[in-house]
Design a binder for this molecule. Structure first.
Ligand code: ADP
Length: 464
């Protein structure tokens, strides 16, 4: 059974891990899809602006015309490429702020509800020639030299388009008094990059519902699993306790029954009947064994009561006298055994409200256990003191209880592992009943112990 539960726990953990991996994968995929959709939306808005804004067109047309002119100048040998590019850069810089302002206006018109920066980066400028192409500009060599729009690092943004376009251009020039028509074919490359401030947050916000729901479902599955395994373990514990109890009670009942049956058989024998002394001894044995059986049955019936089922009738009792009487009675009951009972009973006129009958049963249970779970030289130290409570401590030098058993010691039918080693019989009801009686008095009982080093039970009872 334990093996099965362990297997179930391992299988559940593996299942949970696989589930979380799959869920993580799905969430990551959704995140990527949402991100792509979000960037796609931004791209659409940007291309709408690029296509339908006459104000922006007029600025870019100026740059374009200027650059084409520079290229003609280059073609006729009046400027060098570096100068043509430098001039273009200066031209762009002079009206870039207007361009950005206009662009932001257009973005506002497109109802873009987030902070968007954009840039157009010139990637290539090549004069095409049937013999040999002339590369005027290659952005791999000068990555950030010609940029229109906002300035930001390329890796902080998203490239939304990377286009190449071809155009031809012809212009008339007067060279050395002669009108010459200069023309060229041009390949021009441009990259559109956008930067959206906090786009991860925006995408995650869009996924809040999904994330919350999957977290909820996941926690729900964990809670159900945890609850199922916990109740399985407690069911197993209950089943074990029940089996132990049945074994114990069977054993406890068998011995007096066997003696009773033997004794009654003996009574029938003539040798016994003719001897009054032997008859008396046998009847005494029957009497003792039936009392023992009665005690066992009473123990099962009464000691299973919960604290709210116990009818407590309190009376004011002087604690010093009460404790001394209990300890006298107990010492008398163990006078045949090697038991030393030390007492340190507080001298006081203090009285407390208790049910003498029940509390005596409770204290006797603890005192008897101190003898039961012990070796040959038994010492019991009983101390009382007064603070906010009336405190009774009963310490023994017995076999002790390991920490892992201490919590359950007051549970119904619970017997700690030490009983197997020392083969002490019992039903696991004594401390349960003791605890219930003390609870019915609004008090509490605790244990301090370590295996092999004795135990100390402390009982606290309210003063009124
Ligand atoms: P029972 O004695 O019939 O088993 P109890 O409820 O009185 O039942 O005790 C429960 C268990 O607590 C015992 O089985 C024993 O393992 C442990 N126990 C109780 N008192 C002591 C003690 N003084 N020293 C060591 N173990 C104890």
């Amino acid at each position: 059974m334990k093996k099965k539960i362990n297997l179930l726990i391992i299988a559940s953990i593996l299942g949970l891990i696989s589930l979380s991996v799959i869920q993580g994968y799905l969430i990551n995929n959704t995140y990527k899809l949402k991100k792509d959709a979000f960037i796609g939306e931004a791209r659409k808005s940007i291309s709408r602006i690029d296509d339908f804004s006459p104000e922006l067109d007029s600025i870019t047309d100026q740059w374009q015309d200027y650059f084409l002119n520079q290229l003609i100048e280059y073609k006729i040998g009046k400027v060098r490429t570096e100068d043509a590019l430098k001039n273009l850069k200066l031209k762009i810089d002079s009206s870039n702020t207007d361009y950005i302002v206009q662009y932001q206006k257009e973005l506002k018109k497109s109802n873009i509800a987030y902070d968007l920066k954009f840039q157009k980066k010139v990637t290539t400028v090549i004069l095409l020639d049937s013999v040999k192409n002339d590369t005027i500009f290659d952005y791999k060599k000068h990555p950030n030299s010609i940029i229109v729009g906002d300035l930001f690092e390329e890796e902080d943004g998203h490239t939304i388009s990377n286009s190449l376009w071809l155009t031809d251009h012809t212009s008339d020039r007067n060279i050395d008094g002669e009108n010459v028509s200069v023309s060229f074919d041009l390949q021009f490359g441009i990259k559109d990059i956008i930067n959206i401030d906090g786009w991860e947050k925006i995408v995650l916000k869009q996924m809040t519902g999904l994330l919350a729901l999957s977290l909820l479902i996941f926690s729900f599955v964990i809670a159900i699993l945890y609850y199922s395994i916990k109740s399985l373990i407690s069911q197993k514990k209950i089943a074990d306790v029940k089996t132990d109890f049945i074994n114990n009670i069977t054993h406890e009942l068998k011995t007096p029954l066997a003696t009773l049956s033997l004794a009654t058989k003996m009574l029938k024998k003539d040798v016994i009947q003719s001897n009054p002394e032997a008859t008396n001894t046998t009847v005494d044995t029957i009497n003792r064994q039936s009392t023992r059986l009665q005690k066992l049955i009473d123990q099962v019936l009464n000691n299973s009561l919960g604290y709210n089922e116990i009818q407590i009738n309190k009376e004011q009792v002087k604690v010093e006298d009460y404790m001394n009487t209990i300890l006298d009675d107990f010492s008398l009951s163990v006078k045949d055994k090697n038991v030393k009972v030390n007492r340190d009973v507080l001298k006081s006129n203090q009285t407390i409200p208790i049910d003498k009958f029940y509390l005596t049963t409770a204290l006797f249970n603890v005192l008897e256990n101190a003898v039961k779970y012990n070796g040959d030289n038994i010492t019991i130290d009983c101390k009382t003191l007064l603070n906010d409570y009336f405190v009774i401590s009963i310490a023994d030098n017995g076999i002790g209880v390991s920490e892992k058993h201490q919590k359950q010691l007051f549970d119904k039918f619970y017997r700690a592992g030490n009983t197997e080693v020392h083969n002490v019989k019992g039903l696991g009801l004594g401390l349960y009943y003791t605890n219930q009686i003390i609870k019915a008095h609004q008090g509490n009982i605790t244990i301090k112990s370590s295996e092999g080093e004795g135990s100390t039970f402390t009982i606290r009872l309210p003063l009124n």
